[in-house]
Design a protein. Structure first.
Length: 89
């Protein structure tokens, strides 16, 4: 069984790998289509702004759902007297 630290470390490594892969892909596309990038900086900037806003919104929704799930687990634990098994039935 892995500990929470190794799981967190692995998730961090995978996030960094994903960021590198996305950066390399965007760099390649920018190199291939540099005329388009230079001709349309406003549209590209607006698209990036919307992309970051969507990412922030998804993060906020995920945190809210996780918080609500932990509250529901706390209510169930209080009502049942014991914490329910994390394994599916």
């Amino acid at each position: 069984m892995g500990s929470a630290t190794s799981s967190s470390y692995r998730a961090t490594r995978l996030a960094l790998l994903n960021a590198f892969t996305a950066g390399a892909g965007l760099g390649y596309l920018a190199h291939e289509y540099r005329e388009v990038v230079v001709a349309n900086p406003g549209v590209i900037g607006l698209a990036l702004l919307l992309l970051f806003a969507a990412g922030y919104l998804i993060r906020a929704v995920a945190r809210a759902l996780r918080r609500a799930g932990s509250r529901v687990d706390a209510i169930f634990a209080e009502e049942l007297g014991t914490k329910p098994s994390p394994r599916p039935r």
